[in-house]
Design a protein around this ligand. Structure first.
Ligand code: UT7
Length: 329
């Protein structure tokens, strides 16, 4: 105990749609190949939701598991933050649907749109409410159904993005465990690198926005790729310094699963051996804000995270936004 309250991750959970789409399946849908997708992205298969399903059902399932692991009931939640760019609907926030599905009446609810960095942003915001003493228990969820906004004829996006949800139950604690440091960054001048232009106030939904395909996700992949590697390395070094740690102190690096080549490049620049980097992109794909909390949950349940371990999270995505966090387990 160092006299300061910390945000402690007391439980994790995740939920993926049952339906699996393999690279071979994609070969039949768009001009691509298993070989191209595997070597350029590291993805072999991904999960996609069914028609008629909304993101909240996966978010709630992940949240329930995190609450179970933490031994926290719905009535004990003070706040639910859902990091997403694929809400159930524009109004109201999906966090409110999740609250109702969990039976957490009274908990404050809001969504957080920070692209693939959403979980880091939500974690940092939750930490502030916990260390200030305003909240005791916050459910932080990263959840996306990106498949609903993909143009299945656009091979530059449909082979990468996927669906899923991950959750972390954060409690106010007075030990040395918990969130040690966070850094959040953004540069809006590159907003068009990854965007979904239609359906908002600038281009409200119309026959024209549909016929022009403005309701699909667009990405300038190669430019994003280069920026992501540089920014992830820098923000990781900065957040470790802020936490008083070195890259050599990190037990497990859990990066946003954007592209295997990005993960490998950042990991090697930071000097991490393969066994200090968690990778599940081969099975899960790029699930944007959901990717770190899903990966964290898999790592925890696989026994790869031990009490006292230093974990490094780092993400980069639409906005452009990026950020990193260090958590003592
Ligand atoms: O998640 C948050 C932020 N997002 C990211 O961090 C994603 C970053 N970007 C990437 O992961 C990669 O840039 C992509 C996977 C999207 C693309 O890989 P790349 O190595 O940057 O490829 P490229 O865009 O430079 O394209 C190389 C070639 C092009 O053909 P030509 O012009 O050389 O003939 C593309 O048309 O590969 C072609 N190509 C494909 N070929 C087969 C692009 N997508 C595909 C595809 N299948 N799916």
């Amino acid at each position: 105990m160092n006299g300061k309250f910390r945000a402690v991750v007391a439980g994790t959970g995740s939920s993926l749609p049952a339906k699996v789409l393999t690279n071979k399946d994609l070969e039949k849908m768009v001009d691509t190949s298993d070989e191209w997708i595997t070597t350029r992205t590291g993805i072999r298969e991904r999960h996609v939701a069914e028609e008629g399903q909304g993101m909240s059902e996966y978010a709630s399932a992940a949240g329930r598991k995190a609450m179970e692991m933490a031994g926290v009931g719905a009535a004990d939640l003070d706040m639910i933050i859902c990091a997403t760019v694929t809400p159930d609907m524009p109004i109201p926030s999906t966090a409110c649907f999740i609250q109702h599905q969990l039976g957490a009446k009274g908990a404050a609810c809001f969504d957080m749109a920070a692209g693939c960095s959403g979980y880091i942003y939500a974690l940092a915001v939750a930490e502030q409410f916990l260390v200030s003493g305003s909240c005791e228990r916050i459910l932080v969820i990263g959840a996306e159904l990106l498949s609903k906004f993909l143009n299945w004829k656009d091979r530059t996006t449909c082979v990468i993005f996927a669906d899923g949800a991950g959750a972390s139950l954060l409690c106010r604690g007075d030990s040395d465990r918990g969130v040690l440091a966070t850094i959040l960054k953004a540069d809006g001048s590159m907003a068009d690198f990854i965007c979904l232009p239609g359906g908002g106030t600038l281009h409200p939904p119309s026959e024209k926005t549909i016929s022009e395909g403005l309701h699909y996700i667009r990405m300038r992949g190669n430019e994003t790729f280069k920026l992501a590697i540089r920014s992830l390395e820098e923000v990781s070094r900065d957040v470790l310094r802020k936490a008083g740690l070195q890259p050599s102190d990190v037990d497990l690096f859990i990066p946003h699963q954007a592209n295997r080549r990005i993960i490998d490049a950042v990991g090697s620049r930071l000097g991490f051996e393969e066994d200090r980097v968690f990778v599940n992109i081969d099975r899960v794909g790029n699930t944007s804000a959901a990717s770190i909390p899903i990966a964290l949950d898999e790592a925890v349940r696989a026994g790869r995270v031990k009490r006292g371990n230093a974990l490094l999270f780092a993400a980069f995505g639409a906005g452009l936004t990026w950020g990193a966090a260090v958590v003592r387990w």
